[in-house]
Design a protein around this ligand. Structure first.
Ligand SMILES: [Zn+2]
Length: 208
């Protein structure tokens, strides 16, 4: 799975979703969490850029490198749901822009709804790297697969690295559309009835 994260790092930098030095990636497998080191270049990750952590947050290797300063975000997400196997934290510009407006990102298209649900919620600003942010993320991921961190970035999870990547890519693309639509007028997100109709068409039973 580390190999998949290396590919994800390269793809999100090349797609303009992340800068090489800002953000962090992790996966959970075989009872431990593997996270990028502090200061790792996401565009050129190697196995040496990953730090092995036990689920309580202590480092399994005593020597350097240090894990990402945002390790708490990752641990918070994994604590929320055992099905979460991969976490991406990044600062995608369009999604950050939506958060600056104090808005969550509503489902704009059926594709968004299928992969990200009825909306991507906004967590009001909390200082990075703090225990408070970890706690807020842990709470949020009990009922979502992605979250906007106001004045900061996003956290996206998946049952695999590729699912987290798909969600992040879609989130940033939809944020760009939403900002353009807000600048031009009053965008219409999918309605509750639209989403119910999609559930029926797809044979999905949604928890309310
Ligand atoms: Zn960050």
């Amino acid at each position: 799975m580390i190999e998949q994260l290396i590919q994800v790092g390269r793809q999100i930098v090349r797609a303009g979703i992340a800068r090489g030095w800002a953000g962090s990636l992790s996966c959970r497998c075989q009872g431990k969490i593997v996270v990028t080191r502090s200061g790792a270049d996401l565009d050129a990750l190697t196995e040496m850029d990953f730090v092995h952590i036990n689920p309580r947050g202590s480092q399994l290797q005593s020597r350097l490198p240090k894990p990402s300063s945002e390790l708490g975000l990752h641990l918070g997400a994994y604590a929320a749901d055992l099905d979460i196997k991969a976490v991406i934290h990044a600062h995608p510009p369009q999604a950050v822009g939506v958060g600056l407006l104090g808005r969550s990102l509503p489902a704009l298209t059926p594709t968004f709804y299928r992969h990200l649900g009825a909306s991507v919620p906004l967590l009001p600003y909390i200082a990075p790297t703090t225990e408070n942010l970890k706690t807020a993320v842990a709470l949020a991921f009990q009922s979502t697969t992605a979250v906007l961190l106001q004045n900061h970035g996003v956290v996206v999870v998946g049952q695999s690295a590729s699912q987290a990547l798909l969600r992040l890519t879609l989130l940033e693309e939809q944020a760009e559309i939403y900002l353009a639509a807000l600048a031009a007028g009053n965008p219409r997100p999918l309605s509750e009835a639209d989403m119910q109709a999609l559930d029926e068409a797809w044979g999905v039973k949604r928890e309310t």
